[in-house]
Every structure is written in C-alpha cells, then in structure tokens.
Design a protein around this ligand. Structure first.
Ligand code: NAG
Ligand code: NAG
Ligand code: NAG
Ligand code: NAG
Ligand code: NAG
Ligand code: NAG
Ligand code: NAG
Ligand code: NAG
Ligand code: NAG
Ligand code: NAG
Length: 526
C-alpha cells in the first residue's frame, strides 16, 4: 500500500528566504504564539518521505501529531525525548483526551534526538502515504498539526502546554507581511470578569479612524487569561447603533443587533491569515460604523476578581488586495426560535436553508461567491455540522463538514479548495446534537446550555448581504419535546424537518431588506 503513487500533483513554491535554511527541510513554522515550539519539514516528492524536525524549549517529553479536528481524537501522534536512560520515540494514535496508544505498526523513523540549551530537537521521517489505518493521510490540503510537551520525561498530562496550528505541509505558502502594514488593537479595557461559569462581555466601540479604506489581512488573538477566554467575535454594527458601551451581552441592548461577523477566534486557534488575493475591508465609507467585540469567558472554577484586556489584533495594510472578503451567516436564526431538542436523543438533527435565488431582490447582479473558509458554531450538545451545497435541487458538494464537532475548538478553517456559490444555489445547514445525558428539553437560544446551529461562510467578492438564515415554523408540529417517548424521537425529527421555514436575508442595515418567503425543507444531504 505504501508503494502506491499518490494521485495528486503539487506545485512547490520556493521563495528566496528558504535558501538560507536546511535544504532538506526548507519550511518552518512556529506552532505556538510564544515561539517555543518550532517545526521544520521538507520532502523530495509527494510519492516519497516527509522529514520533520520539532524543536521545543523544554528538556521533557515532546509530542507532535496530525489531527482530523485539531484535538487529540483520532490523531496520529509521535512522542519522544531524551531522558536519563537515553532517547525514546514512539508512533502512537489517540482515541480521545487520554494517553495516546502505541501504534502496532511503527510508521515513523527517528533520525536524531538531541538536547541543546534547554531545547529538545527531534528529527523524524515518514512516508507521505499512510502505512496503516492509524496513520493520518497527508494530502496537499491544510492539516491541523497538534503539539504538546512536558516539563520532565515522565509522559503525563500536558495541561496548558499544548496547541494546534493549521498548515498545508505539501503546498506550503510562506506568510508574507505586506509593506506599510500596521495593526489595530480591538480589546477589552481591563474589565472585571464575574465569577459566573459562563459570561459574555460586549464592548460596542468605534475603531480608530483610518481615513480611506484599508484591508485586514491577518487576525491575531491577544489573550491575557488563556484559562478563561473561550471565544471572541467582532461584529460590525448597523448604522443605527451609534452609542458605544461596555456591558454584559444579550440583555436587550441595541448592540445585540450587531451581527455582521468581521473576525473571530476560538479556543485552540491561533493567528488567522486571509488568502493572498483577498482581505477584510475596514475604514473608508464605513468609518462611521461601530463594532461589537464579544468575548465568551468560560470560568468553571469560578475564579474571582479577574481583570481582563483580551481581544483581537487586526493587521491591516493600505495596499489593497484584489477582493473584499465578506462573511455570511447561514443556519438557524440565533435566539428564541422554537425548535426544541428532546432529552435522551443520541443524534438529533436540525435543518436550516439559504436559497440564494432571493439575493437578487436586494442586489443585481449577484456575483459568484468564492468560499474559502468556514467557521461552524453550535453549543455544548453539538456533535456534527454539515453544510450541503445544492444546485438545481441536487447536492453537488459540502461547503463544510465537521463530523467531530468540538465546542472547545471553534476556529476558522480554510477549505482545501475554493468553492463557488452561483446565484440560485441552495445551502443547507444540518447540525447534529447529542442530548443523551440531558433530562430536559434543549431550546434554541443564546446561553451555552441552549443550542445554536450556524455556519459563517468566508468568501469573496463581498456582497451587501450579511445573513441568509431561516426560521423554522414548528407551530404545526403537534408533538411536545418534553414528553416525547424515545421511540418517537425520529418521527418528531422528521416532522420538524418538513415544517415550513421563513427565509431571512439581511443586508448590513439589518432593518431593511428582510426577504420573507415560506419554503419547505426538501433536501436530503448525502
Ligand atoms: C539538514 O538536516 C538533515 C536532517 O537533520 C541533516 O542530515 C543535514 O545534515 C542538514 N543539512 C544541513 C546543510 O544542515
Ligand atoms: C536552562 O534552564 C535553566 C533553568 O530553567 C536556566 O537556569 C538556564 O539559564 C537555562 N539555560 C539556557 C542556556 O537557556
Ligand atoms: C528557545 O530556546 C532557544 C535555544 O536555547 C533559544 O535561542 C530561544 O531564545 C528560546 N526561546 C524562547 C522564547 O525562550
Ligand atoms: C502607508 O499607509 C498610510 C496609511 O495607513 C499612508 O498614509 C502612507 O502614505 C502609506 N505609505 C506608503 C509609503 O505607502
Ligand atoms: C496594542 O497593544 C499593545 C499591548 O498589548 C501595545 O504595546 C501597543 O502599543 C498597542 N498598539 C496600538 C497600535 O494600539
Ligand atoms: C485594572 O484595574 C485595576 C483596578 O480595578 C488596577 O489596579 C489595574 O492596575 C488595572 N490594570 C491595567 C492594566 O490597567
Ligand atoms: C452571575 O451569576 C449570578 C448568580 O447566579 C446572577 O445573578 C448574575 O446575573 C450572573 N451575571 C451575569 C452577568 O450573567
Ligand atoms: C454522559 O455521561 C456519562 C456518565 O456520566 C459520560 O461517561 C459520558 O461521556 C457522557 N456523554 C456525553 C455525550 O456527554
Ligand atoms: C449596503 O447596504 C447599506 C444599507 O442598505 C448601505 O448603507 C450601504 O451603502 C450598502 N453598501 C454597499 C457596499 O452597497
Ligand atoms: C436603514 O434602515 C432604516 C430603517 O428601515 C432606513 O430608514 C434607512 O434609510 C436605512 N439606511 C440605509 C443607508 O439604507
């Protein structure tokens, strides 16, 4: 199996900078923000071997893996180090958040292991093709690399010494910093985080004046308290939001209407880089707009008296790129929509629909939308999110697919290829929840214990439509999720799926351009 030639071809772009590096491993990325974990790699041909060198500022064990999801579940992992008894190195795989198991077939070869000035350097090699079913298949797509390390050679729980970064190993594009670039800090201002387990803080603000239009090409998290900052979203407000404030979110303030996502970060994520030909517009005709920064603090230990100034650093340039990026919200309208999920359901599906045929009511002509990344969002019961792409009533693709959804890892994920939404295409968002451990109904709503089903599509060129969401009308469904017997859950799910949905299409003014149309969800995802 390992001798089969891979079916893909690739184009390797060599930059001047790479000549200075080791020619066998020309690529380099820090996997963490503190620059303590450095990965170098290289390969001769996609049919051959790939060589990695991991250097970590520790004298303890070091671990590296390729993960389907950015967490340990299903990851292909190597762990090694230089201990009192010499070097150790094993190929492992993980079935969850526990000690990875040693793989029966050791597919990785250790080339060298050394320690130098408190740094462990582990060099190892593998064939690009997977050799057994526990090996991750390396393709020319962005791959989630994970790392962890210990302070000693006793391999045990890594605590906070872990992270993930998405890198396209076989089709690597070195990051370019545009000339004349600068950044904006969009952060909280030393707020007191209450000792509540879940707390959402909202700061509605004006951005510093930029004058003419600029382009945001990179979004960097600035996190003061890694233990409690769970996710951050920056939204652009409609024009009628004119007063800044600093308050808990979703208690009925006007800024709750700011729902046009501009930037996002989720726990486990790092710096997000936009594609080279596109960036998020800021300034210019938009200079009067306010923005809302929302931070979800997750404080299960109920720590008191934490002062926090976390937020996002938006790197921008005056040298405009070819396209403006837009972010379109699809899924079920967040908030009080009646779409109750019964307790004790192992796999309960909800559905939402976006019919882009209606865009022409707000906008003419409608360009093809090139989708390059997605951010999926549910709350604690979410297990899967699938975004189906339909044309003429037939599914042609998935715009996004996460079969191992993890609330703890909500990142913007680059698609391996750019997917084109044509005028008239339909987008179906299916979320799968598990309420097996719940004893009462889960409602759609804003609290972490409520549910949501959203997919944010990052695309270009930007159009003036910020949301294409639906509101299922379940009034006609006679079954009550509170009292539903377990053997009727599937029937209840089918009735909800057939309920009519109101299509809501919003532009950036939110209060105009509501396209209301009743439609019935007719799609079956493959
Ligand atoms: C590059 O790294 C490989 C593997 O560690 C090593 O064998 C080789 O000598 C290095 N080459 C240079 C020029 O440093
Ligand atoms: C190595 O770590 C020790 C203890 O943390 C420190 O005292 C020492 O200065 C470090 N050495 C180098 C070369 O960084
Ligand atoms: C990590 O270790 C290397 C080698 O000792 C050192 O040059 C570098 O400054 C260290 N990095 C940090 C962030 O401490
Ligand atoms: C750099 O950008 C600023 C605005 O951000 C602009 O005023 C200035 O002229 C630019 N400089 C160059 C050399 O492009
Ligand atoms: C951004 O915040 C950092 C501290 O996190 C500060 O050093 C820097 O001066 C700020 N930059 C701007 C442009 O506000
Ligand atoms: C935050 O506020 C507290 C008082 O509430 C003050 O002691 C502290 O210095 C402030 N920190 C910063 C970074 O401004
Ligand atoms: C925090 O929890 C307390 C007690 O449960 C509650 O009264 C308060 O409203 C909560 N605060 C926020 C901001 O959610
Ligand atoms: C449900 O609870 C059991 C026992 O407490 C636990 O092992 C399991 O992981 C839980 N399942 C989910 C989906 O939370
Ligand atoms: C988008 O729509 C808003 C409100 O309808 C309008 O103010 C704005 O000029 C439009 N922007 C573009 C780029 O068409
Ligand atoms: C935004 O919507 C309000 C209310 O419908 C309307 O009065 C206003 O003219 C709209 N603004 C723009 C720029 O379209």
């Amino acid at each position: 199996m390992c001798s089969l030639l891979p079916s893909f071809s690739l184009l390797l772009i060599c930059t001047a900078g790479s000549w200075a590096m080791n020619v066998t491993m020309p690529f380099m990325e820090y996997l963490d923000q503190d620059r303590l974990v450095c990965l170098k790699w290289g390969f001769d041909s996609p049919a051959g071997d790939i060589t990695f060198q991991l250097a970590v500022n520790t004298t303890g064990w070091v671990g590296f893996g390729l993960s389907p999801n950015g967490d340990m579940m299903g990851a292909d992992i190597v762990i090694g180090g230089l201990g009192p008894k010499g070097s150790y190195f094993t190929d492992r795989y993980s079935t969850g958040n526990s000690m990875p198991k040693v793989d029966m077939q050791q597919s990785y070869t250790l080339l060298s292991m050394s320690e130098n000035q408190n740094q462990t350097i582990m060099t190892f090699r593998r064939s690009i093709k997977a050799c057994d079913d526990k090996d991750f298949q390396i393709t020319a797509q962005p791959i989630k690399l994970i790392y962890a390390y210990g302070k000693t050679d006793d391999i045990s729980y890594h605590g906070g010494r872990r992270g993930t970064k998405e890198v396209n190993l076989l089709n690597y594009m070195p990051r370019t910093i545009p000339a004349n670039s600068s950044y904006l800090n969009v952060t909280m201002n030393n707020i007191t985080v209450p000792s509540n387990t879940t707390y959402y803080h909202c700061k509605v603000m004006k951005l510093p004046k930029l004058g003419e239009k600029h382009h945001i090409y990179q979004i960097e998290p600035v996190i003061e308290h890694r233990d409690i900052v769970h996710h951050m979203l920056l939204y652009r407000c409609p024009l009628y939001v004119t007063n800044p404030y600093d308050k808990p979110c979703y208690i009925g303030d006007i800024g709750d209407a700011c729902f046009e996502v501009v930037a996002s970060w989720g726990v486990g994520g790092g710096v997000y880089e936009l594609p080279e030909n596109a960036a998020i517009p800021v300034g210019g005709e938009d200079s009067e707009r306010l923005y809302r920064l929302e931070i979800h603090y997750n404080n299960p230990e109920r720590k008191e008296g934490i002062k926090d100034s976390s937020g996002l650093r938006l790197h921008y340039t005056a040298k405009l790129r070819q396209h403006d990026v837009g972010i379109m919200t699809t899924g079920i309208l967040p908030g009080n929509v009646k779409y109750d999920i019964p307790p004790k359901a192992n796999q309960f599906h909800t559905y939402a629909i976006c019919n882009t045929a209606h865009f022409s009511k707000l906008l003419d002509p409608v360009p093809d939308l090139q989708v390059f990344a997605v951010l999926l969002h549910t709350h604690l019961a979410g297990r899967k999110v699938r975004v189906g792409h339909f044309r003429n009533g037939k599914q042609i693709d998935f715009l996004a697919l996460n079969e191992n959804y993890n609330f703890e890892l909500q990142q913007t994920v680059s698609l391996g290829s750019i997917k084109k939404i044509k005028q008239g295409d339909e987008i179906a968002v299916e979320c799968t929840y598990s309420t097996a451990n719940r004893t009462s109904v889960t409602q759609m709503g804003l609290a972490t214990t409520d549910e949501m089903c959203l997919a944010f599509l990052f695309y270009y060129p930007a159009i003036n439509i910020t949301s294409c969401i639906s509101i299922p009308d379940t009034k006609g469904v006679q079954m009550d999720a509170n009292t539903i017997p377990q053997d009727k859950i599937a029937e209840y799910e089918r009735l909800l799926k057939k309920a009519p949905q109101t299509q809501v299409i919003l532009d950036s003014n939110v209060s105009t351009g509501l396209g209301y149309l009743m439609l019935t969800f007719l799609f079956c995802l493959i």
